[in-house]
Design a protein around this ligand. Sequence first.
Ligand SMILES: [Zn+2]
Length: 425
Amino acid sequence: MTERLYYQDSYLKEFKARIIKKVRIDDQPAVVLDRTAFYPTSGGQPYDRGVIQEVLVVEVIEEGKEIIHILKEELKEEINSEVIGKIDWERRFDHMQQHLGQHILSGALIKIWDLETVSFHLGEEVCTLDIIKEELTEKEVKKAEECANEVIFENRPVKCYFVEGEEELKRLNLRKMPERKGKTRIVEVEDFDLSACGGTHCRTSGEVGMIKVTKWEKRGENIRLEFICGWRSWEDYSWKNELIKNISHRLTVKDSELDEVIERILEERKEIRKELKDFKEKLQDYEALDLLHNEVIIKDNIKVINKLFEDKTVDESRRLANKIINLEECVLLFGIKRERANLLLARSETLNYDMNRLMEEACKFINGKGGGTPNFAQGGGTNRGGIDKALNFALEHFQDFIIKNVTKNVSKDRPLTRLGKNEKK
Ligand SMILES: [Zn+2]
């Protein structure tokens, strides 16, 4: 059995003890001492770190009545030797602040709405506690926070002691009855909260500093609240304050006006995006007409535009191609040379070339593949150097790929107006 020194004194940073046992846990050296100030992972609170004789304690676990310190390396000292243990105080005090903060927040939830805390977890960055509740509003959270912080600022004494027997436990009117029988450790925040707990806590509520609920969400039947206390709240406040200061400075507004200004910026952005879209659309109309006027080749009475783009995306080229084939009867053979080589082979609905089959063949030059409908096919490949050959091939051979029965291959998205025009011819 290990004597738990932290039960009597959470502020004990250094202690002397005797080695009782040397063991191995998952192939790592470990020791059991006759007494220890190291807290083992339990009750939602993580283990302490520190050193035993300058050897790092990497984890502390509880096994029955023994506390096992897992070490970075084997201790030189033999069994029965006296050793000195030092705990990492910064980490421990942080755990004490978070843990007592949880008692106070849980106490506030009980006091205001009789809401029991069903679980608690002290994490590396945030702590969580679960309550059984349908929903939790912003206003309710604020009320609980206010109540908890009031208790903190009142700097109430916190006492830890043991009691025995069910009668005694019932008399105390604990926040939650413990499951374990026998001797029970009670943590009491004067005139506010009484609970059974084996963890480490600050000696006054004031040492918790401040408690802030940062987030809450529904988890099955529960609501999980995330909160931070002590130095963690100060750190959180510091970086958020710095961030807001920087943003206000960059936008040259007061921090209290940020919300309003951001709303305005977002609104403006929406308008600019819309304007940009309209401009792009207009520009594309001009580009389409420009290509039809200046880049058309006539091949056996068929208008063909054979063009390589290096400054357009595939998406932009596709929209442009769509525009042109609907403006005039023509064949479009577009190449796009950027990180990859891409091909767009398209024609007006009134023609009967099979661009899909043409694409299959043209793609061989760019080491790629593609597909689409008989009137609009798209492909891409890795051989950027082959794009000129692919376009040349398409220009020379598009007439070799003809659809025999036009009506069978009409594309589904063929506009009805074009159909009408076609039939009149
Ligand atoms: Zn506790």
